[in-house]
Design a protein. Structure first.
Length: 402
């Protein structure tokens, strides 16, 4: 699945063909979307699920607490994240006091046009076809485990099933909350419609209760909306408008590249004055990043960092425009130089020294799986970097692929 987000396109009259044995027909999807929600899935276990006011009382205490840096880094090291990205995640957790991840579990999420990366960190890594739901929950399980390890308060909300689940509070119910979240992501069967407005309204009420603490500490809440469709319960622009007056960062994780959905979210993005990032899946986002910055390999850790709500100026621009030389230097430092920008010579002052240092750092960092070539590659392609930024200052020794 590749995205055309931010790029206005006329709706296509030709649907992408998909193998019928793998993909629900339109009539089946309609039945799933309209199916009643089983009351068995509606739970309210005290200490596990959080209500707005109940969560607020606990979260107000957590807002003042720093993240568990050692826990976060131990978890991310186990997933082969570069140390610079680990530091970026920890810094993000210091700036973002709480995350609300609103998850679309409507019937259309059973469509079989998703892709999931398996075997991460091994020579056998590959992308397999799956449902949109399987693709999304693969990431959500990671984010729940990360929130737990980092003690980063994160509320997971499914549109149609169960009450919100708060992970990352480091209280007596924490282990049970994590287990419950992972179990639901593994066992849930999407059904129903897309009541985004209702959940956004509830999240706004939660953030209003926390607004004083957020502003006093100079921190923000992050609202992540993971969906493949349009809201079925009202005008989403009107529902999201109050977010403009709150200390929030918004991430929209699209689970489809269908034209009408992309246009819908493009319209929302342009109509609201929000700090907002719109993401595609890993492969789709990699295509957009490569089109703007061909020297960078858009690996899974970088994508997951953005999905989790990390807001770094250089990262936010990756899929929109070619980075300036200084922004490129910062991004290279995050990926292969432990986030230490000054350890890389300034490219505008001494390109050869910059490249030689970067080559060594690329070797030390090791390769990352590239979702476009389906092969391990270095994070930084020095040849493409040189063609973009090196100009007349390039020496022959710098023109190599690290």
């Amino acid at each position: 699945m590749s995205s055309s987000k931010r790029k206005k396109q006329a709706p296509s009259a030709v649907a992408t063909s998909v193998e019928p044995q793998h993909t629900p027909t339109a009539s089946v999807v309609k039945i799933i979307e309209e199916a009643p929600i089983s009351p068995i899935r509606k739970k309210n276990k005290q200490g596990t699920f959080a209500s707005a006011k109940g969560a607020d009382a606990i979260v107000k205490d957590s807002i003042l607490k720093p993240p568990n840096e050692s826990g976060a880094k131990a978890f991310l090291t186990g997933h082969n994240w570069p140390s610079g990205l680990q530091d970026a995640l920890v810094k993000s957790c210091r700036k973002i006091a709480i995350r609300y991840i609103i998850t679309d579990d409507s019937g259309s999420m059973m469509t079989n046009d998703g892709h999931r990366l398996i075997g991460i960190g091994t020579k056998n890594a590959k992308m397999i076809q799956c449902t949109r739901w399987s693709e999304l929950t693969s990431s959500l399980k990671f984010h729940a485990q990360l929130a737990h390890a980092a003690q980063a308060p994160t509320e997971f909300r499914l549109l149609n099933h169960c009450d919100p689940i708060m992970v990352g509070l480091a209280d007596d119910t924490e282990g049970k909350s994590l287990e419950e979240a992972v179990t639901i992501f593994e066992e849930e069967s999407p059904a129903g419609q897309t009541p985004l407005c209702h959940h956004i309204h509830e999240v706004i009420e939660c953030i209003k209760l926390q607004e004083e603490e957020l502003r006093a500490t100079g921190r923000k809440a992050c609202v992540v909306i993971a969906t493949d469709g349009e809201s079925t319960d009202g005008n989403l622009v009107d529902a999201m408008r109050p977010l403009q007056n709150l200390p929030v960062w918004v991430v929209v994780r699209l689970c489809t590249d269908e034209d009408h959905v992309v246009e819908y979210w493009n319209g929302i993005d342009s109509e609201l004055e929000l700090e907002m990032d719109v993401l595609d899946d890993l492969s789709g986002e990699a295509k957009e990043v490569t089109a703007a910055n061909s020297w960078l390999t858009y690996g899974d850790p970088l994508h997951k960092l953005r999905e989790f709500g990390a807001s770094i100026k250089e990262m936010d621009l990756l899929d929109e425009t070619a980075l300036s030389s200084e922004q490129m230097r910062v991004m290279c430092a995050i990926l292969v130089a432990n986030g230490e920008v000054r350890s890389l010579p300034h490219p505008d002052e001494d390109w050869a020294a910059f490249v030689n240092t970067l080559k060594n750092r690329c070797t030390e960092a090791g390769p990352i799986w590239d979702p476009l070539t389906k092969m391990p590659k270095e994070w930084i392609n020095i040849k493409n970097l040189t063609q973009t930024y090196g100009g007349a200052n390039v020496t022959s020794s710098a023109c190599v692929i690290c």
